[in-house]
Design a protein around this ligand. Sequence first.
Ligand code: UGA
Length: 430
Amino acid sequence: MIGTGYVGLVTGVCFAELGHSVTCLDIDKEKIEELKSGISPIFEEGMEELLPKNIREGRISFTTHYAEAIPGADLVFLCVQTPSGEYGKADLSYVYSAVRECVTHIDEYTVIVNKSTCPVGTVRTIKELINEIVPEKECDVASNPEFLAEGVAIHDFLEPDRIIVGVDSSRAEKVLREAYAPLIDKGSVFLATIPQSAELMKYASNSFLAMKLSFINEIADFCELVGADVNEVAYGMGLDKRIGTRYLKASIGFGGSCFGKDVRALIHRGEEEGYEFKMIKALIAVNNTRYLTTINKLKKHLGNLKGKTIAVLGLAYKAGTDDTRDSQSLRIVFELLANGAQVQAFDPRAMEHFKKTFARANEIIFSTTALETADSADALLILTEWNEFKELDLTALKTKMSGTLIVDGRNILDRKIVESAGFTYEGIGR
Ligand code: UGA
């Protein structure tokens, strides 16, 4: 595994758990030292157990040297970041530099598998690059997009809806099929296709899920105008098996390191071909202004936010992770500060990341409990659907706060219960 981020580490640990011998490589020495002692740099359900177990049982090791990781490997998985570059274009510099570093160490037939999310055509470009550097080496290049969601990534790997590989050699397909055999034997679908299709499946899947989210968020706003309840509308829609109930939870908007980045990269790749993704552009536009619905709900009740104290519960872009990348909380907190509000915030996992990445973190009062966050607050915002926020002690909250407004950006509270405790309740689309 080249790269020990969410994808590389989860894939490495899970392949080891399946019985393979895995070496994980990263250029970050500190991270590798921690991993060697069984400490995971990411919070991921199941990692604390599986990482030390597989180290102990000798199936996984860590290194910073390509010369240790590559020789003898049947498969080399590229799991490096592909950040958003100029105009949303995927920046592939980490992918190409990993390829350059690794190919010189190949000693026998190896399949280089791209797991990093890269635009259509990248497998072909990697092949051309290898042919330029080491034409004599025996290797194939494949695409194997990942569909892991943070927080449940280990579960997603071990019980995938599908395993997709993009290959143009039956030899490479065979090696990949063998690697995934324990999952295939348990019934996982293994779909082998050409590289371009596999690459596009990843972008099309993320864009489709993001489209469902922007779609239901638009419906939610309309529900508020006509007195409908978006939870009921989504449930009723989802009973139609062609639609399905998942990814129809209306919210403050989607976040995370993938949806926004991948959708923008697809739009950019389209432009390179002279093609315009009209619908996909629209889903991004809906999400880009989504934070304003939360701000407007506050303004509706509190008027000018200047000098108001707002308690923010939830900084992670979703529950189950400490990740704050592209979290809607970043935009909402920024807007609150821009409006002159005083922000008090709490998240059970993500406060450290938030403090490191949010430029105006020093203007925020961070609390250690949800209740403490509400101290003297004019309003309380719920931005992440953590379980502990579903069980807030409303009586204690009422005495802590100076105001009575709760804006539930995840629809996790029951309006009737909240209102009968003396609060004004604003949900999303209901
Ligand atoms: C997403 C995809 O779900 C994975 O399949 C994919 O592999 C991954 O991106 C990736 O490309 O690496 P992830 O970003 O971890 O996974 O998070 P999701 O669980 O999909 O949630 C994304 C955002 O949508 C979050 O902000 C979440 O709160 C929001 N969401 C999700 C909703 O607002 N409503 C929903 O019904 C579902």
